[in-house]
Structures are given as C-alpha cells and as structure tokens.
Design a protein around this ligand. Structure first.
Ligand code: GLN
Length: 558
C-alpha cells in the first residue's frame, strides 16, 4: 500500500522511503560511487534525508582482510565496520555517517543464510539462491529504509552488469522494483568510448549494457554516460530511443578536474529534479548548495601550492591512501592552497638518501599500515624530520613509528620496537592491547570505530580541535605501552590525547617542534567537504607557515 499525505505544499508528498538503485555497465571504475554520492549530495541540499549503501558481490565478509593491492583503502565507519572505500566518498559528499548496514557483501549474505539454515529457520526447505539468497539481499536493502530515518536510500550495486557474481543482486533489484513501484528507480552508469582514429564517440557498448540489464528484467530509468567528450543531443536521443529511456534522462558525466564538481555537473542536467519527479516528489526549487559552491570557489582560486611527502608502502596504488589524500585536500582548500602529494616508497628510503628524498617537502605524513615491510624507511624519514623540524604527522602505524624512533634515538632504547614487528623485543614501547592477546581470527577483530579522546589543555592538538573532548575512528591492534609514558614525557614527547576509560595513549606531540604530532586514530576518515578535519587543518597551517618561511629565506639569500 502506498501512503500519501497532503501537506500545505502545492504538491502531494509521498512519505514512503524511496529506493534508487545504481548499476554499472561496460567497464568497472566508471565512478558509480561518485555518481551516487553526487546525487545524495544534491538531494540532501534539498532537505531530503539520504543515505547510500553499497552491495559488493565478493565472498569476503568485509574488506577488512583485503590487501590494499586488491581493493584500495579500507574505510572505517563510526560503528567500527571495515568498509569499502566508496563509503568514504558517501560521507565526504553527504556529511552523513554510514554504518555496518551501509556495506553488505555476498559473503555476509551467505553467512547469514547459512547461519539460519543451521538454526533450522528454513523449516526443512531446500535453501536456494532464489528465493533465500535474494530474500536476504532484499531484507538488507530495505533495512535502513525500514528505520524511518531516510527519505531516499541509494543502493550502489558493485561490479558490472553481466558478471556472474552480481546476478543474485540484480535479481533482488528486479523483484524490489516490481514491489516498490514508483518508490524506486534505477540509474545505470555506462561508458561511451571515443575512438580517436575515427574521431567518434561510440554508443554501442551502452546499448549492449542496457540490453544485458533488460535481459535480467531491469529497465533503467536514467542513463548516465561517462565520457571524455561532449555527447551531442542527437546522440543522446538515439541512446534514449534504443534504450527505452526519456531523452532528458540520458545524462553525460564528462571528466572534470575534481570529483567535487560532479554534483554541480549533475544538477546542471537536472539529475536531482528528474529523480524527484520520477519518485513522485516535489521537484520545485533549487538545492541549497552555497557552502559547497564556496568550497569549489576556494579550490579553483587557490594559487599557492604546498608539497607534502607521504611515506608509505602502497604508494604505487592510486586508492591506497584515499581518505588521507582527501582530508589533505579539504584542509588545503579551506586554507586557500593547492596541495601536491608526493608519494614516497618507505622501502626505498634509508639514512643515506633520506635528505634527498624529503628535500623540498613542506610537510611529511607517515602513513598507516601493517607489518614489517618498509618500516625502517619510516624510521629514517622520522629521524630526519624530527632533527630538521619539518611539520610531521604520523597516523596510526605512523604514530607508532614516531614513538619507536624517539625511543631508539632520543631515549637511547636501541631495541625499541612494536611487538607487531618483533614479538620478543625487550623494549616493547608499542605492544598488543590486553584484550587482543587471545584473538585468533583476523577479520573484524581490531580496535575499530570511534572512541572518545581527552586532550591536554594547551596542547597543539587541543588547540587544533578547539575542544578537549573529541571522538575519532580507530583501526589497529597495537598501542603505546604506558609503562614508558613518563620517560617519553620527560624527554619531550608528550602524550596529550588519552582515552578516558582505558587510558590508552591516542596522541603524541613534541611541543618543541613546529608541528610533530602522531595520532593512534585515523582522523582522515571523518574529514568531509562541509566538515573538514580540524587536525588536518592545523597540520596544513603549519605546512603553509613552513613553506612561507622557506620562500622568505630563499628571497633573502638571493
Ligand atoms: N599495524 C598497526 C596496528 O595494528 C597499525 C595499524 C594501522 O596503521 N591502521 O596497531
């Protein structure tokens, strides 16, 4: 039953939750996540309550156990779910927190169905992909909608139409579209290649991909075409005709210089109005995009560039440090600067070349990570940064490395290490948390999600946040060993952030330096366009000051 209420508004408002399915065809990596995020951003700017969820057709329960080489960065939600990096885009574009419910994999669906089968919930029936797996998918798709907290649920189906893995998800979407009627639409994203030799854009792959979708019983309502060149009105008409889509519902997504311009590009082609119209909602008026536009204006007008070296072991991968890249970009943009991130392979740095590798950096980030590989390079980088007073930010493993390097070279504890790298080290300045000692499963068992942190008054960290009580997200097993705390404090590395309940050290800081801070948590996960991370903001300010200082000195010496 559909419910409609009559408001004082001119239109009837449909109060049921609306479901938007986003599928992809032709190729992967077309930016379904960015399109979903952009649409959510526009709907949110129209006062709608929106969330985005991603269904990933792989068998891992979550991406937490995946190597970044497989799947890029692992994103962490407030409630401690290790999630696909697209959830990072969702949060950055909408400023709305996601949760475990926003990212479901085939593995989780099967695990839940198999658990039910073992419990006897299926009452002796044969358990099958249709209807049991598809029902479980549908239940998960509707889970957030049923909370009553959202007007729109955007569901991104990972993978590409035609993959064997995505079939149960598409079958669930087909059934849901049938059940939900006007409360659901499907947006299909495809690619329109440009054949340089013929100087022509080609629509055939799009037609084939829509056909593949129709074969599984799904008719897209809106087509979004990723392209490097403008698609003519005539060509759009042709696509509309072949694909049973209205001509104004064929929208192009041409490459732009920033992902944050995609919402504006979608709005210029009325994507938000079309979605509202097609789901029986009031499509009048304009989205309130002023704060977003201000950000874009700052981005376009930033003239000066600062250079930041990011020392990590996954530097050859585009998406391995996605949230850090974005958090740096948000911070720099608000400080009216461009940021140039130079990725430096931690395995390729040592004492002999560190000065050369880090020369010219206005600031350095020591990246998060796991395991021994590349760790010595991080120590070499940190020693050089500390001795040369370069603004330095250590995140998670980066913070742990700050502690180890300081212990070795300032406290003189030559054997200082983390028990992650050497379980038998005598100087276990970084050690396993008590509650981690008996854990044998690797998946989902770290210290995950948001925890409170109390900051010391007068510290740079407290000044950055403008508050002494914060909450940030974690993803680690090892911790600063409190037995060493007073030795660090006496020698000038202060433990200025602490978990109020467990007394775990969350931030170390050297007040004698320009900016030398390590956070056990990952502040990058909570940085969004409209709510940038304060600690990244403080770091960037120090980076800019240092850059300007160097420019001044250079001028004087000329
Ligand atoms: N490997 C470290 C730990 O488990 C740090 C993890 C990280 O950098 N995310 O504690």
């Amino acid at each position: 039953m559909r419910k409609f209420v009559h408001t004082t508004d001119v239109n009837f408002i449909n109060v049921e939750t609306k479901y938007i399915f986003v599928t992809g065809g032709v190729a992967s990596s077309l930016g379904k996540g960015i399109i979903s995020s952009s649409l959510a951003c526009l709907l949110k700017a129209r006062g709608m309550r929106v969330t985005i969820q991603k269904f990933d057709p792989y068998l891992n329960i979550d991406p937490g156990t995946l190597n970044p080489y497989e799947h890029g960065e692992c994103y962490v939600t407030e409630d401690g779910h290790e999630a696909d990096l697209d959830l990072g885009h969702y949060e950055r574009f909408t400023n709305v927190h996601t949760s475990k419910a926003n990212n479901v994999t085939t593995g989780r669906i099967y695990q839940s169905v198999i658990d039910k089968e073992r419990r006897g919930d299926y009452l002796g029936k044969t358990v099958q992909i249709v209807p049991h797996i598809t029902d479980e998918i549908k239940r998960n798709v509707k889970y957030l909608g049923n909370t009553g907290n959202y007007d729109y649920i955007i569901t991104e189906i990972g993978g590409t139409v035609g993959d064997i893995e995505s079939l149960p998800f598409l079958e669930a979407v087909r059934q849901l579209r049938w059940e939900l009627g006007h409360c659901s639409i499907c947006i299909h994203l495809t690619y329109v290649p440009y054949i340089a030799a013929a100087k022509e854009l080609k629509t055939k792959p799009t037609q084939h991909s829509v056909k593949a979708l129709q074969e599984v019983g799904i008719q897209p309502d809106i087509l979004i075409l990723r392209t490097e060149h403008d698609i003519s009105t005539e060509m759009r008409r042709k696509i509309a005709l072949f694909c049973n889509v209205e001509p104004d519902c064929v929208i192009q997504s041409k490459d732009v210089n920033s992902i944050y311009k995609v919402p504006l590009m979608m709005h210029a082609q009325h994507l938000d109005q079309i979605v509202l119209r097609k789901t029986n909602m009031n499509a009048e008026g304009e989205p309130h995009m002023e704060p977003w536009l201000k950000f874009i204006e700052k981005m376009d007008n930033a003239a000066e560039t600062v250079t930041i070296g990011l020392v990590g072991k996954y530097v050859e991968l585009q998406d391995a440090y996605k949230s850090i890249d974005e958090a740096l970009f948000h911070a720099a943009t608000y400080a009216d600067h461009k940021v140039n991130i130079v990725y430096i392979h931690s395995e390729k740095i040592d004492q002999s070349n560190v000065a050369e590798k880090l020369a010219g950096m206005d600031g350095v980030i020591i990246a998060p990570g796991f395991g021994q590989r590349g760790i010595e390079g991080k120590f070499a980088a940190l020693k050089w940064c500390r001795e040369n007073d370069i603004p330095t930010f250590g995140i998670c493993l980066g913070m742990q490395c700050m502690v180890i390097e300081f212990a070795r070279n300032v406290l003189g504890l030559k054997e200082a290490n983390s028990t992650e790298m050497n379980p038998h080290t005598k100087e276990n300045v970084i050690d396993l948390m008590e509650e981690q000692k008996n854990i044998s499963n690797l998946g989902g068992t770290m210290r995950l999600g948001a925890y409170d942190c109390h900051l010391r008054a007068g510290s740079k960290a407290a000044e950055a946040y403008g508050s002494q009580d914060i909450r940030e997200r974690h993803r680690h097993r090892y911790e600063f060993n409190n037995d060493y705390r007073s030795r660090f404090e006496q020698a000038g590395m202060l433990c200025v952030g602490e978990n109020p309940k467990a007394h775990l050290v969350e931030i170390v800081e050297m007040p004698s330096k320009r900016w030398f801070i390590g956070t056990q948590y990952h502040p990058e996960y909570s940085s969004t366009v409209l709510s940038p991370s304060p600690i990244f903001g403080s770091f960037i300010k120090a980076v800019i000051d240092f850059h300007e200082e160097k420019v001044k000195q250079e001028k004087l010496s000329k």
